[in-house]
Every structure is written in structure tokens, then in C-alpha cells.
Ligand binder design. Sequence first.
Ligand code: C2E
Ligand code: MG
Ligand code: MG
Ligand code: MG
Length: 277
Amino acid sequence: HAKSAGRDQYRMFAPQSGEGSGKRSTLEADLRRAVEEHELVHFYQPQVDLKTGKVRCVEALLRWRHPRDGIILPAIFLPLAEETGLIHDISARVMHEACDQLNEWIMQGLHGFTLAINLSASQLMDRSLMTELEDALDRTGVPSHLLEWEVKESTVMQHSSMASSLLDHVTDMQIGLSIDDFGTGYSSMAYLRRYPVRKVKIDSSFVGGLPGERDDRAITEAIISMARPLGLEVVAEGVETPQQMEFLRERGCDIAQGFFFTQPLTAEQLETWMIRH
Ligand code: C2E
Ligand code: MG
Ligand code: MG
Ligand code: MG
């Protein structure tokens, strides 16, 4: 099915597979077509407030709806997109799709939450990213403070001047900045001073060990108690069980996201989920 099809695809172009460049360039052409034909779409996963139960944010997660192979996950196609430079076309599409979707939800009366998109280091090196974002905001009229950027801790730590000026610019625009996979980069607290970070997302590898694993408990508690006085909100990602949810709530974690609530859904499925939720 979809996941294993994705893995087979990966095997086709993994350099260590010893395959020639023929199949790889086929896949590259396939991805190029996918970008043009709008086969890359967003799925959405809610982030739920642990005090009120309200949906605080919806994270957009990219999927490739392959006409033959079904749904392919970002871990499979994003590395190729980065290597080939197709990532820049993808960035533009992501900005526009996010603003269109948010606008549509606002029109439908679904509001009160922000929309988060993920950005990689190479996307933050793209000079046209800001133009695309401003175009998308102007075109749709969506207020920029309803958007969030999720950037991995390891990306923020790279300190490229291009990425820093972009992050300064988005924060001037009131776009929220969240640190993704928090605790897995070379954690330096310095960047928390450097940028007006709004949220830190506890990596799912720590959440997965809750509540049983002592180390995971200690790390989770440490992140929460560090974040509080800094005025950061804490999001736990990869929450799958009621025990994990309860542990996080009791320790004062603000927001949770994961299969416990729902898997990432299509926009339509999310609308139905929100009404029932
Ligand atoms: P991420 O931003 O840390 O996203 C969380 C990943 O965990 C998602 O995988 C999500 O589907 C998965 N997940 C959510 N809840 C659970 C759970 O309860 N248990 C488990 N085991 N997994 C859960 P996905 O969608 O495959 O995305 C993987 C990564 O790809 C993302 O990690 C993000 O870094 C990247 N990504 C996704 N979309 C984009 C995009 O548009 N641009 C960029 N640059 N990166 C993206
Ligand atoms: Mg993310
Ligand atoms: Mg993450
Ligand atoms: Mg993660």
C-alpha cells in the first residue's frame, strides 16, 4: 500500500542501491510533473489545547498523491526535491495553498486557530520565498499573524545570515515561529534570545517514551519548566495514547498533537473532524 510503495520508490533512487542514474532521473521527471500537475497536496493535523480542548493550530504536512503509487510521504520525496532545486517551486505552492486553505476556512466560519507550515534550511535560503509569501497574503487577504513557520532546531542553529534575516522579517510580520523537533538539534538556548520564538515542539522521540521511560520523562519535564518562564508555549508532538496525553497535561504542557487526536487529514476530512470535535 501507500507507505511501502513510497519505500520502494526510495529504493529506486537511493545512491547506495547501485542503480544507474536512469531510474533516478525518471523519478526526478516524475516529481517535476507532480509539481506542475498539483499532485503535491497538504494534509492537516490539529494541535489541541490541553486546558480547553480547542484546536489552536493546524499543521500542514505535504503529501504526494502519486497517480500510480498512491500517497508518498515527505521523507521520500523532499530529499530529491532539495537536491534538484524543485523545492523552490514547492515552497511557492505551499505558501499559496496554505493561504488559500486558511482563507477558505475563515469564509466557512472555521477560525480561532493558526496554520503552521514547515520550512527546511534550503527553503530559508530562497530569495523568492518572501515575495511568494507576500503575494499569497495580498492575494487572499489572510492576516499574517494567523500563519506559523515550523523550523527545526537544527536549522535555526545553522546561523546562515540569509536564514536569519528571513526569520527576522517573518517575525516583524507577526508570523509565529515554532521550533520543531525541539531537543534533537545542538540545543543552544542562545537562539531563543535571538528570535522571538512562540512555541517549542517536544520531539516525538521523547513523547514516545512517556510515561514509562525515566529519561524521556526527565527531558519532557525539563523542556516544560524551561519554556514556562521564557513565555514559550510547549507543544508535544507524536502523542498517541491517553496516558501520554494525561502525563503531559499534568506537567503543564500547553498543546498536544498526534494520532491520539487524529492522523493528518485532507482539508475536507479535517472540517468534518472539527465539527465532531
Ligand atoms: P514534523 O514537522 O516533525 O511533522 C511530524 C510528523 O509526525 C509528520 O510526519 C506526522 O504525520 C507525524 N505524526 C503526527 N502524529 C504522529 C503520531 O502520533 N505518531 C507518529 N509516529 N507520527 C506522527 P510526515 O507528515 O511524514 O512529515 C515528516 C516531516 O516532513 C515533518 O516532520 C516535516 O519536517 C517534513 N515536512 C512535511 N511537510 C513539509 C513541507 O511542506 N515542507 C518541509 N520543508 N518539510 C515538510
Ligand atoms: Mg512540523
Ligand atoms: Mg516535529
Ligand atoms: Mg518530528
